[in-house]
Design a protein around this ligand. Structure first.
Ligand code: ATP
Ligand code: MG
Length: 340
């Protein structure tokens, strides 16, 4: 019997397995270690992961993604109500007041099952649920063979994880064979998607003036714009020059094009960038450490690849940041390790 660690992300999932003394992140049927958190329900079959992601635009009403934050939330929850108008699929209230996602009627069964029950459907025996931050700390512990002995002063490491939907910070003290989480802080509503949405808002406005297109009235076009904006955002992490955004046959047979560069983008996202410091400060205060007591700052999570995010973290701690851990796979690997 094998033990696996699963990182259930807002956008992506990773699975790591503990075997023959090591931790290995495993690949899916596409030989990809990253599996999109996406389920698509067609008339006769159900697709998950990469296959489902390819249906996001063609079958947008029945392709569900970005649902992690709906788990266990009441339909009337202000967060659910705020998200509702932005979704291509429709939400409705379940008999118990929880949030449900409406898909084809012959899948009423699927309506009732939340994704959590999916672990049972998949025949998995859930050994333990672990916080992302704890899992990351565990994953760090296996890499480092030179940790201080239990008698020595511990090594204090800050872990910063910004994913697609949320931002988490933890400070952990390490000795050989021992770790203690000293502090954790969050901004549960700050993540890569805020940056995508800022770009989407901007281009919707621009295309309204330039091409007289109401992108928000066309869910398919809006989804395509979302995908292109996320790609553009990633390109801007690697290039500071002007980059093009071109979408052919975008809406009403019109090809659209525009440009954007990193500096412009960072200006537009100032309100989000401002929020990076607060959880860092809260965690440092909670840990009762001073900046000099911090050995290193490790970043994980896809959104920490944005230069503006990295700069703010480095500046706050007055240290270069390290990327010892695989930014995408650290959570799953830590989970597999914990239960091995
Ligand atoms: P969460 O932890 O919030 O539940 P997640 O674990 O699914 O979400 P990750 O896989 O860590 O999230 O990160 C996904 C986010 O990182 C997306 O917003 C994606 O656009 C962003 N991202 C990935 N690579 C880059 C890059 N090179 N530049 C900027 N953003 C990036
Ligand atoms: Mg994550």
């Amino acid at each position: 019997m094998s033990v696996v660690g699963i990182d259930v992300g807002f956008q992506n999932c990773y699975i790591a397995v503990a075997r023959s003394g090591g931790i290995e992140t495993i690949a899916n049927e596409y030989s990809d270690r990253c599996t999109p958190a996406c389920v698509s329900l067609a008339s006769k079959n159900r697709m998950i992961g990469n296959a489902a992601k390819s249906q996001i635009i063609t079958n947008f009403k029945n392709t569900v993604h970005g649902f992690k934050k709906f788990h266990g939330r009441a339909f009337d929850d202000p967060f659910v109500q705020a998200e509702k108008p932005k979704l291509p699929y429709s939400l409705h209230k379940l008999a118990n007041g929880n949030t449900g996602i409406k898909v084809p009627s012959f899948f009423t069964d699927a309506e009732r099952r939340s994704v959590f029950d999916a672990t049972q459907i998949a025949g998995l025996n859930c050994l333990r649920l672990i916080n992302d931050t704890t899992a990351v700390a565990l994953a760090y512990g296996i890499y480092k063979q030179d940790l201080p002995t239990p008698e020595e002063r511990p090594r204090n490491v800050v872990f910063v994880d910004m994913g697609h939907s949320s931002f988490q910070v933890s400070i952990t003290a390490f000795n050989k064979g021992k770790l203690k989480v000293l502090a954790t802080a969050f901004d549960l509503y700050l993540g890569g998607r805020n940056f995508d949405e800022t770009l989407v808002d901007y281009f919707c406005e621009e295309f309204k003036g330039k091409y007289k297109l109401n992108v928000r009235d066309n869910p398919r076009a809006l989804l395509r714009l979302h995908q292109e904006c996320e790609k553009l955002k990633k390109l801007m992490s690697a290039n500071s020059s002007d980059l093009p955004l071109n979408i052919e046959c975008f809406m009403n047979d019109i090809d659209v094009s525009s440009r954007m560069n990193r500096m412009q983008f960072e200006d537009m996202c100032a309100q989000y960038l401002m929020r990076v410091e607060m959880p860092l400060k809260a965690a440092l205060e909670q840990s009762k450490l001073s900046r000099d007591d911090i050995y290193g700052v490790e970043i994980v999570g896809g959104a920490t690849r944005m230069p503006a995010i990295k700069e703010r973290i480095a500046k706050f701690f007055g240290k270069d940041i390290s990327t010892t851990l695989n930014a995408d796979e650290a959570v799953a690997r830590g989970c597999a390790l914990q239960c091995a």
